[in-house]
Design a protein around this ligand. Structure first.
Ligand SMILES: O=P(O)(O)OC[C@H]1O[C@H](O)[C@H](O)[C@@H](O)[C@@H]1O
Length: 497
């Protein structure tokens, strides 16, 4: 298989951003895209027509078009696990048999949601969703972003095995009015199974007559859920070919579908499908996930950037950075190629971020004047999420725009402590409004951008063997069967005697 050759990209001219704007009045339009209610603007990055062309050549060398087709055709592109990656089929974009299968699973989920809404499982006010990693981060983003104006159900998403997290939800919820949703692709994850067991005990202690009758399982291992005690009629399966961090479109999205209503969930899928079609059918130089990945790779491979920061200037998107951390770092934090050869180029940068304007008063000092170059991504929403006077939203967005401009322009000063070097890149995503369709498109954009990055890096984004060793050692430690190093042994002794 071809390996990436970065030399043509590293040889590109490195003109400062302000020169690039001065030289080309058409720069904004040339480096922007409008897709599914989102304006993407990469003009404040160092991408140029030449850079895009050089990356397009690299994309050819790495077989991006064929890999993209293979992704949507359901070929086994997750080669290390011998599996397809079929999250797009969940939103109707994929091989016909995979799409049909996903539709069948969705119909089943909808049927159960209808039954819950009709009180067939008894009165339900609270949804206690237990899951971790991909079985929590995606649904959490959805419910937090879109569920603020609805009081259909009160949702708690509990992931951490730290009982503090579960107790907080238990204190808030009435066990008699709670539905327990156990979300686990494998239905074996230690934290989730322990939390589920404790939640079930809490329901029993709270006088629920048939606690198992109030349990729903969201899983790609339906047999294991039945074995655990969930009635087959309340097991909502999804395909093994949907990766955990790509699974919010499947039955893992159940708490969002319940809290927001089925129509909203379908709109979310439709927005994602719109982004998929854009990704599949648009030429590379106008393709949003592709251009975003080109900029990502430019900064890691050419400018040595070790991190990339995302700042959502919208309180409703405050969980987006954590969701992106799993999506990007678990997918592309790899050190061997898809064929198992060591790579000698940097793979995924560290994804971090926060919410604006708060972050301006905390971490932006480093972005403006620190010694490290951090490409920044701003996300804003034109339509306000609040109903206060216009001032709030106007201030919010103006601050976001000003930060991008300041990073780029910089400012000279005699006193060097007061000088800003400028020429610091940012991309901006401006959403018309935050609704299910746009959020679906936004999340699908990030998924496909992650895929393009992986293809050009020559790695497989769909496995995550790196999370196993620590889990195995924790299990062995629990059984007392492992001789640890002196430091770890000392810590264990201090904690448990
Ligand atoms: O959904 P589950 O099988 O419980 O897995 C939950 C999570 O745990 C694993 O450790 C992986 O790192 C994640 O990709 C996954 O989403």
């Amino acid at each position: 298989m071809a390996l990436p050759d970065w030399t043509p990209i590293q040889a590109l001219d490195r003109a400062p951003l302000t020169d690039l704007f001065a030289a080309d009045p058409g720069r904004v339009e040339a480096l922007s895209a409008d897709v599914a209610g989102i304006r993407f603007d990469w003009s404040k990055t160092h991408l140029t027509a030449e850079a895009v062309a050089a990356f397009a050549t690299l994309a050819d060398r790495m077989g991006l078009a064929a890999k993209r087709d293979a992704l949507f055709a359901g070929a086994a592109i997750n080669n290390t696990e011998g599996r397809a990656a079929e999250h797009s089929a969940e939103r109707g974009e994929g091989a016909p048999e995979s799409v049909a299968r996903a539709r069948g699973f969705h119909a089943r989920m909808r049927g159960l949601i209808d039954a819950i809404e009709a009180d067939a499982l008894g009165p339900v006010r609270h949804i206690l969703h237990i899951g971790i990693g991909g079985s929590a981060l995606g649904p959490d983003v959805l419910v937090d972003a879109l569920g603020r104006d609805t009081d259909r159900y009160d949702v708690a998403i509990v992931s951490n095995v730290d009982g503090v997290a579960l107790e907080e939800a238990m204190d808030r919820f009435d066990p008699q009015a709670t539905l327990l949703a156990i979300a686990s692709k494998t239905f074996t994850t230690t934290e989730t199974m322990l939390n589920a067991q404790s939640a079930l005990e809490w329901m029993t202690a709270g006088g629920v007559e048939d606690p198992y009758g109030r349990v729903v399982a969201l899983t790609a291992a339906p047999d294991k859920a039945v074995e655990w005690g969930v009635d087959e009629t309340r097991v909502l399966p999804f395909s093994e070919n949907v990766g955990g961090r790509y699974s919010l479109w499947s039955s893992i999205g159940f708490p969002a579908a319940l809290a927001l209503g089925w129509d909203a969930f379908e709109e979310l899928l439709e927005g994602a499908a719109e982004m998929d079609r854009h990704f599949r059918l648009t030429s590379l130089s106008h393709n949003a996930p592709v251009l975003a990945a080109f900029a990502d790779l430019y900064y890691t491979q050419v400018r040595g950037c070790e991190t990339r920061a995302t700042f959502a200037y919208d309180e409703r998107l405050r969980l987006l950075p954590s969701y992106l951390q799993q999506l990007e770092m678990e997918s592309n934090g790899k050190r061997v190629t898809a064929e198992g050869q060591p790579v000698d180029w940097p793979t995924a940068p560290i994804t971090w971020g926060g919410v604006g304007t708060d972050a301006q008063h905390a971490v932006f000092q480093l972005l403006h004047q620190g010694t490290r170059l951090v490409p920044v991504e701003f996300i804003g929403v034109i339509e306000a999420g609040d109903s206060l006077a216009d001032d709030h939203h106007r201030q919010l967005l103006l601050n976001m725009f000003a930060q991008g401009a300041a990073l780029m322009a910089g400012r000279d000063a005699e006193d060097k402590a007061r000088a800003y070097p400028g020429d610091r890149p940012s991309s901006t995503l401006l959403l018309d409004r935050l609704d299910p369709r746009t959020l679906g498109a936004l999340l699908a954009f990030y998924e496909q951008r992650t895929f393009v990055n992986a293809v050009l890096l020559g790695i497989n984004p769909f496995d995550q063997f790196g999370v196993e060793l620590g889990k195995e050692m924790a299990k062995a430690a629990d059984k007392g069967g492992l001789a640890f190093d002196a430091s770890t042994t000392d810590l264990i002794r201090r904690a448990f005697g």
